[in-house]
Design a protein around this ligand. Structure first.
Ligand SMILES: *Cc1c(COP(=O)(O)O)cnc(C)c1O
Length: 468
């Protein structure tokens, strides 16, 4: 651009103060504060000066406000927020695993907006224990003598071994050397707990004699890890918990079972394959059982330790417990979710994760047709939608070999490529996370709430509605 034109455009840049007086900018200042807006307006003007375009004052003002909104959108993109899970993976670890029931949300709200009896014994009027809120319920549901809760199941396994096998040997089958995900591996947790790992058997077969032959003076724990996120099939053998328990009793060793996904509900009642429940492990004599709060249990992130009272008393006294303890929000959510399990028949209807796993084909078809109708009505000629069969997963490293028959909307936009559309859905104000299959957007109904249907329609309208 010629020098004199450039000078002229520079003169047209509105002063910052004038911009701050505009109604639109004033509204933004209300929300984001003056400093933040001034800083960004200066940045935008600075960039504009370096890359001058021939524009009138009015156009420059419009340009700056548009940029300012883009900057704010970008800023808002960060931070934790709601997304719509249209993947059909019920316990999606990246999307926060289990959605909580309303009763949990209510209790979190009540407990966190004011004070609570978190560590206050209302009967005695003095110091209480944060475990006292969940311990009686876990005992009642599982039949365990005692229970406690920590930050997550990885912490639970670590804390149990650190307390009960410190500088001693832990025997574990080679077939149970689980990687939990995010390169977090059972052997590493054992090593950090100061327990010494003794591996027995082979990848596919481990016998009781493998365990008994490995027992020495130094042995303290027999550890069984539920391979909840993979399956070994074919020529395999595993030692049932009962046999490990008999061996443990005979040799005076502690038997710990890490159940991982840890269901309190017999999933075969809702048409899924049977998964060992926590109740089964306690009944079969495990001294300690550990499991996640946010996998099949359907609650908040937490690690639950249930079992023999003398052992759990020792674990509660370990100073590391303080570092791994969970906060009042978790305890509130867990209390409310466990209460739903007091009546096991009702749990499947009331715990959202179980409810989603239990959705029948008829229910899913109904949901799919509803969403399809809504999309077709609002976006008539903008996209082509059809209801298709889909295979859904439980996720969260639970029930790896199980796929549930599901239903999805396959959507194709008339004027936009599928990858661009997926990206725009992900970038929406309420992001919609979905897969692509055979060149179409797949919106799987199992994990979409009916009350989010209108959000999906409005988001699609925002992206595809304007004629491009
Ligand atoms: C998932 C899992 C863990 C870890 O549980 P988090 O609650 O995710 O920490 C530990 N052990 C097994 C067998 C698991 O499946």
């Amino acid at each position: 651009m010629k020098q004199f034109l450039k000078q002229e455009v520079l003169r047209e840049i509105p002063p910052v103060n004038m911009l701050l007086d505009l109604a639109e900018v004033k509204n933004l200042i209300e929300v984001y504060g003056r400093d933040f807006i001034v800083e960004n307006v200066r940045l935008i003007i600075g960039d504009f000066r370096k890359n001058i375009k021939l524009m009138s004052r009015e156009e420059i003002t419009y340009y700056i406000i548009k940029k300012l909104n883009e900057y704010i959108d970008e800023y808002k993109r960060h931070g934790l927020k709601k997304v719509i899970n249209a993947t059909g993976v019920v316990l999606h670890t990246n999307l926060g695993r289990a959605p909580l029931p309303n009763s949990a949300i209510e209790l979190i709200k009540e407990v966190s907006e004011g004070y609570s009896n978190l560590e206050f014994d209302l009967g005695a009027g003095g110091r209480g224990s944060r475990y006292s809120h969940i311990e009686p319920i876990i005992k009642k549901i599982t039949g365990a003598e005692s229970a406690m809760v920590v930050n997550n199941n990885a912490a639970a396994v670590f804390l149990c071994l650190n307390t009960l096998a410190n500088a001693k040997e832990v025997i574990i089958s080679r077939g149970q050397q689980v990687e939990i995900g995010g390169s977090f591996r059972i052997p590493d947790i054992i090593a950090r707990s100061y327990a010494r790992m003794v591996e027995v058997g082979t990848t596919n077969k481990t016998k009781l004699s493998d365990y008994s032959n490995a027992i020495t003076e130094e042995t303290s724990v027999l550890l069984k890890v539920h391979t909840s996120n993979y399956k070994i099939t074919g020529f395999t053998q595993d030692v049932p918990l009962e046999e490990l328990v008999s061996l443990g009793r005979k040799c005076n060793l502690i038997v710990i079972e890490d159940l991982g996904s840890g269901s309190l509900y017999d999933l075969s009642l809702i048409g899924l394959p049977y998964e060992p429940t926590v109740q089964d492990s306690i009944r079969n004599g495990a001294d300690i059982v550990t499991f996640s709060g946010d996998k099949l249990l359907g609650g908040p992130q937490a690690g639950i330790i249930a079992g023999k009272k003398d052992l759990i008393d020792k674990i509660k006294k370990n100073p590391l417990t303080r570092m791994l303890r969970c906060d009042k929000l978790t305890i509130a959510a867990l209390t409310a979710v466990l209460e739903l399990y007091m009546d096991l028949d009702k749990a499947a209807h009331k715990v959202p994760a179980l409810r989603m796993m239990a959705l029948t084909e008829e229910e899913l078809i109904y949901k799919a047709n509803d969403l399809k109708e809504l999309i077709s009505k609002s976006l008539k000629d903008k996209c082509i939608v059809e209801v298709i069969d889909d295979l859904d997963e439980v996720g969260g490293g639970s029930l790896p070999s199980v796929t549930l028959n599901g239903k999805a909307i396959a959507l194709e936009a008339v004027s936009m490529g599928v990858n661009t559309l997926q990206e725009k859905l992900r970038g929406a104000e309420i992001p919609i996370i979905c897969r692509i299959n055979k060149g179409k957007i797949i919106l799987n109904l199992r994990t979409i709430k009916d009350k989010d249907f209108h959000v999906i329609v409005e988001t699609l309208l925002g992206i595809l509605g304007e004629d491009i």
